[in-house]
Design a protein around this ligand. Structure first.
Ligand code: COI
Length: 363
C-alpha cells in the first residue's frame, strides 16, 4: 500500500498560502546543479509562541528578518532534517520514509530543549510545500529535490536559557549527487565530533560546526572526509564526515551501533541494514574498532567501505589513511554489496520495484 494519499485525508490543513508571482524554475539547468545552491519558489514557516505553533504559512522563498539577539545565533538552539523527493517516469512524486524524519527532528529538538513539532503538522507542511513546488522535483536521473526542515530559537534573548519563541521552517532545493569525486578519508585521531553524554545523536547545527575545523585540516592534506573515532581513546569508529559508515569485511556487513548516542541513527543506515538482511547478508551493529578495520585492510578482507546518508545515499570510499599509512580499497565496480543495495534503494525511491517495507510515501 502506498501511504500518504489516504493519510492526508484525515488532515485538515490550516496553512495559509501565498504563491510566488513568478517562478525561478526556467533559470535552473537540471543537468548542471550544485548541491544546495538553488532554492525552489516557496517555503513553509510556523511560529512557536505562548506554547503553541501558530502562523502556519507557505510563502515565496525569501530572506527572513531576525533580531541580532536571536537566541539560535548566540546559543545554538537549532536542529534540522534532510530528506528528498523523487519523481518517477510517470511524473508521480515520492518521499522516502518521511515519518522517520518527523520523529527524528523531535528527538533532536528534545535534546536541545526545544519544542517538538506534531507529526501531523510536519507531514502536512511537507506535503503541501512539495505539492506547490511539484515542478521543482527533477525527473532527471541522479537528481532529486532535497528538503530541509528545521527548527530554531527565534526569541530576542541574551540570557542563557531555553528560548520561548521558535520557528519551524521547510525549504527545498533541487540537487544532483553530493559527492562528484573520489572519496579519500583519514581516520581522525586528534579531534572529536561527539562524546558520550553529548549531542552527537541529534541533528543539531552545532555538530556540523564542530566538524568543520578538523575537516578543513584534513582537506588541506587531501582528504575529502574524516572518519570520526570515539572521544575517549580514538580506538573505535563512529561516523564518516556527515554520514554513518559501513564496512563489508569477509561475509559480514559491519557498522558502529548507535547505542552510545554519539552518532546519528541514520534513516539510510537503517534502510541499508534492512535490505542487507533481506539479501541474506550477515549484519553486525556493534563497537567497530579501528584495529579490526586496519587488520581487514591489511589481510585483503575488506571488500567495501561506504558512508550512508540522505544527501549522498551511499558514498563509496576509495582509500582510508591511518597514521600516515594509506590503504587503497577495491575498485568501485567490484563493490557488489554497496552497488546492489544502492541500486535497490534508488529503485524503491523512484517507485520502480515493489516497496516491501512500506517506505514510500506518495505525494
Ligand atoms: C546527509 O548525509 O544526509 C547529511 O546530513 C549531509 C547534509 C548535512 C548536507
Amino acid at each position: 500500500m502506498i501511504k500518504g494519499e489516504d493519510k492526508a485525508m484525515n488532515i485538515v490543513s490550516n496553512i495559509a498560502i501565498e504563491r510566488s508571482k513568478g517562478s525561478k524554475l526556467p533559470f535552473v539547468d537540471f543537468n548542471n546543479i550544485q548541491f544546495g545552491k538553488q532554492f525552489s519558489d516557496h517555503m513553509f514557516t510556523a511560529d512557536y509562541k505562548n506554547g503553541e505553533w501558530t502562523n502556519l504559512k507557505i510563502s515565496p522563498y525569501e530572506p527572513i528578518t531576525l533580531s541580532p539577539a536571536c537566541a539560535a545565533i548566540h546559543y545554538g538552539q537549532s536542529v534540522f532534517e534532510g530528506m528528498k523527493a523523487y519523481k518517477n517516469e510517470e511524473g508521480e512524486i515520492f518521499l522516502f520514509r518521511p515519518e522517520e524524519n518527523a520523529k527524528r527532528i523531535n528527538i533532536s529538538a528534545e535534546r536541545m530543549c526545544m519544542p517538538t513539532v506534531p507529526q501531523e503538522l510536519f507531514m502536512d507542511a511537507l506535503k503541501q510545500l512539495i505539492k506547490i513546488d511539484a515542478d521543482w522535483v527533477p525527473a532527471v536521473k541522479g537528481c532529486s529535490l532535497y528538503i530541509r526542515p528545521f527548527i530554531f530559537a527565534s526569541e530576542e534573548l541574551l540570557g542563557v536559557r531555553p528560548a520561548d519563541e521558535y520557528k519551524f521552517m521547510i525549504f527545498t532545493s533541487p540537487v544532483g549527487g553530493y559527492y562528484n569525486d573520489e572519496i579519500h578519508v583519514k581516520i581522525e585521531t586528534e579531534f572529536t565530533r561527539a562524546s558520550e553524554g553529548g549531542v552527537g545523536y541529534a541533528k543539531a547545527a552545532g555538530n556540523y560546526a564542530a566538524s568543520l575545523y578538523p575537516a578543513k585540516l584534513g582537506e588541506a592534506q587531501g582528504f575529502r572526509q574524516l572518519i570520526w573515532t570515539d572521544a575517549k581513546e580514538h580506538k573505535y569508529i563512529e561516523e564518516s564526515g556527515t554520514m554513518n559508515i559501513m564496512f563489508h569485511i569477509g561475509d559480514t556487513l559491519l557498522t558502529p551501533f548507535t547505542d552510545l548516542k554519539t552518532t546519528l541513527a541514520g534513516i539510510t543506515r537503517d534502510s541499508v541494514l534492512t535490505l542487507a538482511r533481506d539479501l541474506g547478508i550477515k549484519v553486525e551493529t556493534r563497537k567497530v574498532s579501528v584495529e579490526e578495520v586496519i587488520t581487514a585492510m591489511r589481510n585483503g578482507e575488506l571488500k567495501d567501505a561506504f558512508g550512508t546518508g540522505t544527501a549522498a545515499t551511499l558514498a563509496q570510499i576509495s582509500s582510508i589513511t591511518y597514521n600516515d599509512e594509506r590503504f587503497e580499497l577495491p575498485p568501485l565496480d567490484t563493490r557488489t554489496l554497496s552497488n546492489e543495495i544502492g541500486q535497490i534503494i534508488q529503485d524503491i525511491k523512484r517507485g520502480k520495484v515493489e516497496d516491501t517495507h512500506n517506505w514510500i510515501y506518495k505525494i
